[in-house]
Design a protein around this ligand. Structure first.
Ligand code: SOE
Length: 384
């Protein structure tokens, strides 16, 4: 792959996950990290043995040594930094959502095309081996035509009124919370798997805690400890904690999904079940190494992830034998392998076949998130 030099913007949950995954890829070197808090950038640089750190994102973006920027900042900064990085001639891997509006996302995807740079978004769930396996089986029509998809994405890290994070502030997060944060993953994953786009939505959203309690100190995503209410300031919340969405796909398939960040006991449950003419397929991120195959006429089966039992495409992103569980950090590594292979093969023939979500596809997901908000507001079907 050659030595590709990478800079990371941000030092929170996703930034450190990116650094760890990148450090598992030979010939990709994380050379700098930036945070608006210089001391935090210094701390992360020391922890991961990263040679440079910056207290200002734009300085990292302008660093001539850096070829690729990973944008792991809060949502409201995605547009500005993704744009600046593309204008500086860097390839970009952005955290999702691509930006907080369709207008901005559209500008970014056009800019990436104009500049001829590799630009991807961290929609990680396509990079699980069994998700790829379902995609291959649907494409091969193993169970005939799919017609109905059910599923959801449930978490509980925002269950209590004292669970607070920058995502509660719509100035920093954007107008949609649960849908943009995790609903966008469900949408990206199922569109990837069935190979069809969602064309209409009907949504109903809800807020459990219209007032939350903001602690004095900054709180990381998935923070485990709860502060005492007396140590917090009450703040109004105007973005959704949960929601239900009916969907129609191009070609006639239909479905329904539920999104919630307030569902006790569900840590990171992205799941979907596809009903087709001769069987059904179900995958659940919390049981990522098992694929459920449902039958009407014979007993149901479970496929345990193992390269020898899967399609070539799914086997190619399987790194350990069956029974040696692979999960979220492995899928992130798969995403980055795919992204960096694309960068290193750029300009070569034959064109490399990439599977990561492009800026264009992520802009499509933003359109769906915006349509979901619109549908909830109007209580009507909204076409995308
Ligand atoms: C928090 O909900 C979060 O970290 C998301 O932002 C990620 O995209 C998801 O993969 C895990 O949960």
């Amino acid at each position: 792959m050659g030595d590709i030099k990478v800079g990371i913007l941000g030092t929170g949950f996703s930034a450190t996950a990116h650094i760890e995954a990148l450090q598992r890829i030979p010939s990709v070197q994380v050379v700098a990290v930036a945070s608006s808090r210089l001391s935090r950038a210094e701390e992360i640089a020391a922890k991961y043995r990263i040679p440079m750190y910056y207290g200002e994102a734009m300085e990292l973006i302008q660093d001539p040594d850096i070829q690729v920027v990973h944008n792991c900042t809060a949502n409201h900064l995605h547009f500005e930094y993704n744009k600046a990085a593309l204008l500086a001639g860097k390839h970009v891997l952005s955290e999702k959502p691509l930006s907080v509006t369709v207008k901005e996302s559209d500008e970014l995807q056009q800019l990436a095309k104009e500049k001829g740079l590799v630009a991807g978004v961290s929609y990680i769930y396509r990079h699980y081996p069994l998700v790829e396996e379902i995609k291959q089986q649907i494409a091969a029509q193993t169970y005939g035509n799919p017609y109905y998809i059910t599923g959801g994405y449930l978490q509980d890290w925002l269950q209590h009124a004292t669970d607070y994070n920058w995502r509660m502030d719509s100035e920093l997060n954007g107008p949609s919370r649960a849908m943009a944060d995790i609903g966008s993953h469900w949408v990206d994953t199922v569109q990837y798997v069935v190979g069809k786009k969602i064309v209409s939505v009907f949504a109903d959203l809800g807020i459990v805690h219209p007032v939350r309690y903001k602690p004095k100190d900054q709180v990381n995503t998935f923070n485990a400890s709860l502060p005492a209410i007396e140590d917090c300031e009450p703040v109004k919340v105007d973005t959704e904690d949960f929601g239900s969405v009916l969907v129609r796909f191009e070609g006639g398939m239909k479905g329904v999904f539920a999104i919630s960040q307030v569902s006790s006991g569900r840590k990171n449950k992205l799941y979907f079940e596809i009903a087709a003419e001769h069987g059904a397929l179900r995958w659940d991120q919390e049981e990522a190494n098992r694929l459920w195959i449902g039958s009407r006429d014979v007993p149901n089966r479970i496929l345990m992830r193992d390269a020898s039992l899967m399609s070539d495409q799914a086997a190619s992103i399987t790194h350990y034998p069956g029974g040696h569980e692979e999960g979220w950090p492995d899928a992130l590594k798969n995403l980055f392998y795919d992204f960096y292979r694309t960068i290193s093969k750029k300009g070569n023939e034959p064109k490399v076949h990439s599977k990561f979500a492009t800026f264009e596809q992520a802009c499509g997901v933003m359109r769906i998130v915006e349509a979901i908000l619109e549908s909830h507001k109007r209580q009507q079907w909204v076409d995308i």
